[in-house]
Design a protein around this ligand. Structure first.
Ligand SMILES: Nc1ncnc2c1ncn2[C@@H]1O[C@H](COP(=O)(O)OP(=O)(O)OP(=O)(O)O)[C@@H](O)[C@H]1O
Length: 123
């Protein structure tokens, strides 16, 4: 019987797989690359406008959540295409729902950006 790997080795391997997934998303997915670029721009803006600690926390969370949601959306698209490569109304609906979930958060993220930066830009 194969010896079961230790809990620690398994955790290290899982982190490695997660790094691989994040690398794949950043290097192959246009939507993630767009969100990442926006994330870098607002980070530069954060330093430029010297935003508060609370604003940094909210901004960092918003950037991370939108990229994570895009990643989940990509994974759902991959599953959908894998289980049913041909056109099907249900696959279309599943993809639209996943994209809709990202869109809802993207609208909130844009609002957060306006709340943080509009007063600074207009001052
Ligand atoms: N197999 C399918 N059957 C029916 N409709 C589909 C199918 N694949 C895609 N669609 C429709 O086309 C839209 C775009 O799908 P697609 O897989 O190209 O996603 P996308 O948002 O362009 O993703 P990305 O640009 O990240 O690859 C879906 O939201 C859905 O409405």
């Amino acid at each position: 019987m194969a010896k079961k790997e230790s809990f620690f080795i398994n955790r290290v391997k899982s982190v490695g797989y997660a790094f691989k997934g994040a690398y794949l998303l950043l290097t192959t997915e246009a939507s993630i690359q767009v969100q990442f670029s926006i994330g870098i721009l607002v980070t530069i803006a954060g330093f430029y406008f010297n935003i508060s600690t609370t604003e940094w926390i909210i901004q960092t969370l918003v950037i991370a959540i939108i990229m994570a949601l895009e990643g989940v959306n990509t994974a759902i698209e991959e599953i959908a295409d894998f289980i049913h490569p041909e056109q099907h109304p249900k696959i279309g609906l599943i993809k639209d729902l996943a994209a809709g979930a990202v869109f809802i958060f993207a609208v909130a993220a844009a609002c957060v950006g306006c709340i943080i930066y509009l007063p600074k830009l207009l001052a």
